[in-house]
Write a protein that binds this ligand. Structure first.
Ligand code: ADP
Length: 359
C-alpha cells in the first residue's frame, strides 16, 4: 500500500469532503431553481478543499500528538539519544513539530517493533548475566567451603584437647595454615579473573624473549617439580625468540600450565616445552605424560571452575580458575589457546604469541 502520511490522509479526506459538499450544494441550489456558473462551483470546491485540508491536518496532528507521542515517549526513554536522532525521523525533534511527510502508522509500527526487539535482546542479556552471577556466587562459595570446613575441623580438634597433644598440635596448625593459603590462592585468582573479565587489566605489551621467560618460570618451579618427581625439559636447540607480550601475564600463563602439568602429569614423568615458528606467530606447547583428558571434557576445560575429576583436582589444591585465567590472558593478547589430549598418553596445552618484528 502507498505510504499514508498525515498530509496524504488530510488531502484525501478533504478532497472527498469538498466533492460531497459541492454535490450536495449543487443539488440544493438546483432543487430551488438557482443555477450558478460552473466557476462558482469550482471556486467553492477549492475553498472547501483548502479549509478542510488544513482543518484535518491540524486535527490529525493533535490526535497523533496525543496518542502516538505517548508511545514515542515510552520508546524514547528506552532508546539512546543518538539512536533517536538517527533512525526516528517521525518527530523533527522531541518537542517540536510532527513530520507530516512521514507514513506515521507504518513508522510507529516499525519503531515499536524495533523497540520490542531491542528490549528482548536486553532481557536475554540480563538473564544471561543473572545466570552467570548465580553460578559464579554458587561456585565461589562451594570452593571456599572446603578449606573453611577443614580449618574449622583442625581448630575444634585443637580446642577439644589437641592443643596439649604434641603429636598433633603442630601438625594441625600447619594443615590449617595450608587451608588458609589455599583460600588466599582462590581469592587471588578470583580477583585476577574479575579484573580480566571486566577489562580493567591494562596489558603492557612489549618485546620479550619468550624462551628466557620460560626458563625463568621453570627455575622458579624447580622445587615443586622435584617434590612431584617430575622433570621439565625445554626444547634444547632454541635460543632467543622475541614476541610481543605482557611479561608478567605470560609468566602467569606458563606457571598455570606447568603447575597443571605437574599436578595432573605422571609421577617420574616428563614435561616438555616446545616452540614452533608459525610465520606471524610463535606457538608455545606444554606437554605432559599424565592420564590425559577425555574428549568430552575438552570443549569446557577453559570455563571457570570446570574440573574433569573434582575429587582429585581439589586434593591438588587448585582454585579451578587456572585455565580460565590462561584463556583470558591469551585472548587479551588477541591470540589463541588450545588443548589436545589422549587418555593414557598425556595432554598438550598450546598458545600463540605475536612475533616481534626485527631481531
Ligand atoms: P584446577 O587445576 O585448579 O582445578 P584449572 O583451571 O587449572 O583448575 O584446570 C581445570 C581442570 O582441567 C582441572 O581440574 C583438571 O581436571 C583439568 N586439567 C588441567 N590441566 C590438566 C592436565 N595437564 N592434564 C589433565 N587434566 C588437566
Amino acid at each position: 500500500m502507498k505510504e499514508l502520511t498525515p498530509k496524504g490522509i488530510a488531502i484525501r479526506v478533504a478532497f472527498l469532503l469538498s466533492f460531497l459538499v459541492v454535490i450536495v450544494l449543487g443539488m440544493v441550489l438546483i432543487s430551488n431553481q438557482l443555477f450558478l456558473s460552473i466557476y462558482y462551483y469550482f471556486l467553492f470546491f477549492v475553498i472547501t478543499l483548502a479549509i478542510s485540508y488544513f482543518g484535518f491536518l491540524l486535527a490529525l496532528e493533535k490526535f497523533i500528538y496525543k496518542k502516538i507521542k505517548l508511545i514515542y515517549r515510552t520508546i524514547h526513554n528506552q532508546k539512546l539519544k543518538k539512536e533517536i536522532s538517527n533512525t526516528n525521523k517521525l518527530f523533527f525533534s522531541e518537542d517540536i513539530a510532527l513530520n507530516k511527510d512521514k507514513d506515521i502508522i507504518n513508522q510507529v509500527q516499525q519503531d515499536v517493533l524495533d523497540w520490542v526487539k531491542t528490549n528482548q535482546q536486553e532481557i536475554s542479556r540480563l538473564k544471561g548475566l543473572e545466570t552467570y552471577r548465580r553460578e559464579f556466587v554458587g561456585n565461589v562459595s562451594h570452593e571456599l567451603k572446603t578449606p573453611i570446613f577443614s580449618i574449622q575441623g583442625y581448630i575444634l580438634t585443637l580446642l577439644e584437647g589437641g592443643l596439649d597433644d604434641p603429636t598433633i598440635n603442630k601438625d594441625y596448625l600447619i594443615k590449617a595454615n595450608n587451608s588458609v593459603e589455599r583460600m588466599i590462592a582462590i581469592i587471588e585468582d578470583l580477583d585476577e579473573i574479575t579484573k580480566l573479565e571486566s577489562g580493567r587489566l591494562a596489558m603492557k605489551i612489549e618485546k620479550i624473549d619468550i624462551v628466557q621467560l620460560v626458563k625463568d618460570v621453570v627455575d622458579s618451579l624447580e622445587d615443586r617439580a622435584k617434590t612431584a618427581h617430575v622433570s621439565i625439559k625445554i626444547q634444547k636447540e632454541v635460543k632467543s625468540i622475541w614476541v610481543m607480550a605482557d611479561y608478567g601475564k605470560i609468566c602467569q600463563v606458563i606457571v598455570n600450565l606447568i603447575v597443571n602439568a605437574i599436578k595432573y602429569g605422571k609421577e617420574e614423568g616428563e614435561i616438555q616445552i616446545k616452540f614452533f615458528d608459525m610465520h606471524d606467530t610463535i606457538l608455545i606447547e606444554v606437554a605432559d605424560e599424565g592420564e590425559g583428558i577425555e574428549a568430552h571434557h575438552l570443549p569446557r576445560l577453559f570455563e571457570r571452575f570446570y574440573r574433569t575429576d573434582k575429587g582429585r583436582a581439589r586434593q591438588n589444591g587448585g582454585s579451578g580458575l587456572g585455565l580460565s585465567i590462561v584463556k583470558h590472558i591469551i585472548e587479551a593478547h588477541q591470540q589463541t589457546v588450545n588443548v589436545r589430549s589422549s587418555t593414557g598418553v598425556g595432554s598438550t596445552f598450546s598458545f600463540t604469541l605475536e612475533k616481534a618484528k626485527g631481531k
